[in-house]
Write a protein of this length. Structure first.
Length: 67
């Protein structure tokens, strides 16, 4: 499964690990709060990356969070 915001591949199963632990949102009591914090983190990442953008390839730039 691919995380829609960060584009990271997330495993759906792992031996000896409950499946629900592999989905970060499911570990939060409030899914809406998770979504809000994930969006904030993605925005902060993109803002911080601005200082490296000029020296980065298009592939690297496009690999960041999709906000």
């Amino acid at each position: 499964v691919t995380d829609p915001l960060f584009g990271l591949a997330v495993p759906t199963t792992c031996p000896n690990v409950p499946d629900e632990l592999l989905v970060p949102k499911s570990t939060w009591a409030d899914g809406a709060a998770y979504d809000k914090q994930a969006l904030k983190l993605a925005q902060l990442f993109n803002k911080n990356f601005e200082k490296y953008k000029a020296g980065s390839s298009e592939a690297i730039i496009n690999a960041g969070p999709q906000v």
